[in-house]
Design a protein around this ligand. Structure first.
Ligand code: ATP
Ligand code: MG
Length: 244
């Protein structure tokens, strides 16, 4: 029986998709067979050493997770552009076959995109097409800071237009000294999307020795199906304040 596929996308590059994908894998692996895939890595020569896979491996240690990078391109560019410049066209169909094969032998397959949801893979396909072809639900990763409301809303609207269900929104890197901007952004998300599970990960040291320490996951809103039974503590929003 084929397991579920969850596609980890974000509002931008560098927002925390790798951190979130590794955290989800670590959270689920003690209970389920988990695969963790970076199908299209750019800006890496040896992905197990300098790609997102390196973070996965450091974060997951001895945890039994099937970790893969499928396509790797050296320049840190959108996949379609990196592929064109390297003269190595991306074989989207082959990547789909590999992801589906992993999903067949896993309970959950976590697939990390590159950049945001509408980044192109080829002239014809983008990340959203890839997620749709995998019949995946989305985890959308966003920043806590100013500008995140617009980027996140654009991403959620694009997901809806493409018929992609959103499993949860994850705000990654929530600062310890959060002020009005970060707290009010959380309140806005909760009020605007009351049915959308919202997970908040704290700003953590991401130390190479223990990269997932200090993320302190908290839940706002309903529990996402993928985390059912994992007992995430609820985040209490502070009363509206005027400090900044
Ligand atoms: N919870 C967090 N705590 C501390 N820093 C974070 C956190 N989440 C994200 N960051 C910061 O964002 C950076 C990028 O994170 P990450 O590599 O997960 O992004 P990404 O979206 O996967 O990027 P890419 O598009 O390159 O795959 C990290 O190196 C770190 O500086
Ligand atoms: Mg990444």
């Amino acid at each position: 029986m084929t397991g579920r596929t969850v596609f980890v996308t974000g509002t931008d590059t560098g927002v925390g998709k790798t951190v979130v994908a590794a955290w989800l894998a670590a959270t689920l692996a003690p209970h389920q067979r988990v695969a963790l895939v970076k199908p299209f890595q750019t800006g890496a020569v040896d992905p197990a050493a300098d790609g997102d896979e390196a973070f996965y491996r450091a974060a997951l240690g001895d945890e039994a997770v099937d970790i893969r990078t499928l396509v790797s391109l050296p320049e840190p560019l959108a996949p379609s552009i990196a592929a064109e410049r390297a003269n190595e066209p991306i074989d989207v169909a082959a990547a789909l076959v590999e992801c589906r094969a992993l999903a067949k032998k896993s309970d959950i397959t976590l697939v990390e995109g590159a950049g945001g949801l509408l980044v192109s893979l080829t002239a014809e396909h983008d990340m959203a097409d890839f997620a749709a072809a995998l019949d995946a639900s989305l985890v959308v990763v966003a920043r806590p800071s100013l500008g995140t409301l617009n980027h996140t809303t654009l991403t959620l609207e694009a997901a809806e237009r493409r018929g992609l269900p959103v499993e949860m929104l994850v705000i990654s890197g929530f600062p310890k000294d959060a002020g009005v901007t970060e707290w009010e952004n959380l309140r806005w998300f909760r009020d605007r999307y009351p049915a959308l599970p919202l997970v908040v990960l704290a700003e953590a040291p991401l130390a190479p020795s223990d990269p997932l320490a200090g993320l302190e996951p908290h839940l706002l809103g309903p529990i996402p199906p993928v985390l059912a039974g994992r007992g995430l503590p609820t985040l209490d929003l502070p009363a509206q304040s005027s400090d900044s």
